[in-house]
Write a protein that binds this ligand. Structure first.
Ligand code: FE2
Length: 176
């Protein structure tokens, strides 16, 4: 199967505009990530830091790179998120928020090349890679991610705070 970034963006936009966007985007992601090597081959030019490939009020499409030895702090998106990995291994820690505010680890999902995952609009996750390699993926969000008021969470206290660069830097943790 061949893969092109422009084709992916076009398909993601049309899936997000479907009458049942969650199901349509989920199907698209599993079809596209059935051949992660094809994405990796085409990816040469977009494996820099996170890059927004397209965004409008209905959909955001990102090329994402998670660095090794780093724990991305728990955060929400407030809109549906669809994650796919085409290189490296990405560990997703999915949290539930208890009534008192604290976070409880609910599930640990390891995504290897070809794996995809959907996070609902109330989902909270933290991410790290496995081994010393970055993980590379493509994400689709059902909305304009850059304008959503999202939150970051302090995993020790459960305290939530606005998703800003400063708060992110304060909460990001180095991993061995
Ligand atoms: Fe996320």
């Amino acid at each position: 199967m061949s893969f092109s970034l422009t084709g992916f963006v076009r398909s993601a936009r049309s899936a997000a505009a479907d009458a049942r966007p969650v199901a349509a985007v989920k199907t698209l992601m599993s079809q596209v990530f059935a051949d992660p090597k094809a994405i990796a081959r085409a990816a040469g030019s977009f494996i820099g830091p996170d890059e927004c490939l397209y965004e409008d009020d209905g959909v955001s499409i990102y090329s994402v790179r998670f660095a090794p030895h780093e724990l991305v702090p728990p955060h929400n998106h407030r809109i549906h998120a669809f994650l796919g990995v085409y290189e490296g291994t990405e560990v997703n820690l999915l949290y539930k928020q208890l009534t008192a505010g604290q976070l409880k680890l609910a599930k640990r999902r390891v995504l290897n090349p070809g794996d995809t995952m959907t996070i609902g609009s109330d989902g909270i996750h933290a991410v790290h890679t496995e081994h010393a390699m970055p993980s590379l993926g493509l994400h689709i969000y059902l909305g304009r991610l850059s304008t959503v008021s999202r939150e970051l969470f302090d995993v020790e206290t459960g305290r939530s705070m606005p998703f800003t660069d400063d708060n992110y830097q304060m909460l990001v943790r180095a991993l061995p």
